[in-house]
Design a protein around this ligand. Structure first.
Ligand SMILES: *Cc1c(COP(=O)(O)O)cnc(C)c1O
Length: 381
């Protein structure tokens, strides 16, 4: 018998979440049409980097067939998406890394971000069989990738020169927000973006999940005559980009569920301690269950006492430090729970991945991406 741990992945939930984003954008476009009748809903790059946030590229490609494009940053994943039958646009979010990659852009018909002078230089020396579409990236304040505002228009002009030489095809403009999920929002960066790209032709792409869900109007305004693309990732997987709004409140469904079982039960006396370091000690007599799930499965070792866990359909709490292969839960008020009882660590019918993340000083993104290869995957619906 294999260990009783598994990860179930729901393509139906992925498709549902994409539809939530589509409806949200359509509603925002309808609202905006009162101001500007020519506006239409932005297109969606479904972000499937990091093996589709741990959900599997091939599954995501099938589930997101209604998206207009896919976005990622690993060439091996882009090739997998093409081999899975995706014929639409694919945006490489970090562009390319060396001249040999340009051949992959060409062969697999990939759209590239251009975020630095080195990439422009590599393109200038490239030979391609067809023109490569590109988005020139602005560093509008995050100071991760992109040209600074004072250098942007010169970089864009170089891209236009590459267009003249038939190396580049369509050239668009993109940036990425640092604080779309928090109180600062996107106003400052959007002002920098609009001022910098003003009058430059080509499609626009600015919004991640948080901006798509909270500031859809920025994807609609700005340059109404240009096509607009949003780049949602985390929300498509049924987790929230926000601290203060849950995935359920956003109408999203978890696509990944981590399940296991109780494999042992211990009776504690007052003062008895649990697990490595004895982090948790019993304030009264307790019953504790041992669950076959540990940090070698990707469950966060930093999860605190009190982290929610669902056992036999009821919510209880983690006690003691998470070990490599096991963790312990409080069964004191659950006398009916025995060895073999089903456990949901997060996902469908369990705590939200975001709740587990909050107790582990991280975000749902990290947990979804961190599930270990040793956990067997099972597709549902
Ligand atoms: C990861 C990423 C996204 C998607 O971000 P989410 O917060 O998961 O929606 C969008 N754009 C870029 C450039 C990214 O790297």
């Amino acid at each position: 018998m294999p260990r009783p741990i598994s990860l179930t992945l729901s393509a139906r939930a992925l498709t549902h979440n994409l539809a939530v984003v589509r409806r949200h954008l359509a509603a925002a476009a309808q609202d905006h049409a009162r101001v500007d009748a020519s506006v239409c809903a932005p297109s969606i790059w479904a972000v499937i980097k990091a093996d589709a946030y741990g959900h599997g590229i091939e599954r995501a490609v099938r589930a997101f067939s209604e998206a207009q494009g896919l976005a990622m940053l690993d060439f091996a994943e882009a090739v997998r998406a093409r081999e899975a039958g995706w014929g639409g646009p694919i945006l490489m979010l970090e562009g390319f890394f060396e001249p040999a990659d340009i051949e992959l852009l060409d062969r697999y018909h990939l759209t590239t971000a251009i975020h630095c002078q080195a990439q422009l230089d590599m393109l200038a020396g490239a030979h391609v069989s067809r023109r490569i579409d590109a988005f020139v990236k602005l560093n509008s304040g995050m100071n991760r990738l992109g040209f600074l505002p004072h250098a942007y228009r010169a970089a864009y002009a170089e891209a236009q020169a590459l267009q003249q030489r038939n190396i580049l095809g369509q050239v668009g403009k993109m940036t990425h927000f640092a604080t779309a999920d928090g109180p600062e929002g996107v106003v400052t960066q959007m002002a920098v973006f609009n001022a910098t790209v003003q009058g430059l032709p080509g499609p626009v792409s600015v919004c991640n999940s948080a901006a798509t869900l909270r500031f859809a109007e920025v994807a609609l305004s700005g340059q109404p005559d240009q096509a607009s693309w949003v780049r949602p990732g985390i929300c498509l997987y049924g987790a929230t980009p926000f601290d203060d709004v849950s995935a359920a409140e956003l109408g999203l469904l978890p696509a990944m569920t981590l399940r296991s079982r109780v494999i042992g039960v211990q009776q504690l006396k007052i003062g008895d301690r649990v697990g490595y370091g004895g982090r948790f000690s019993a304030q009264s007599a307790m019953r504790v269950g041992v669950v076959a799930c540990g940090y070698a499965d990707g469950y966060p070792r930093h999860a605190e006492d009190g982290t929610p866990v669902r056992v036999a359909g009821r919510l209880t709490r983690l006690v003691g430090r998470v070990s490599m292969d096991m963790l312990m839960v409080d069964l004191t008020n659950m006398p009916e729970v025995e060895v073999g009882a089903p456990v949901v660590l997060f996902g469908q019918d369990g705590p939200a991945v975001d709740d587990v993340a909050r107790y582990s000083d991280t975000i749902g993104y990290e947990l979804l991406c961190a599930m270990a290869p040793r956990v067997p995957r099972r597709a549902i619906d």
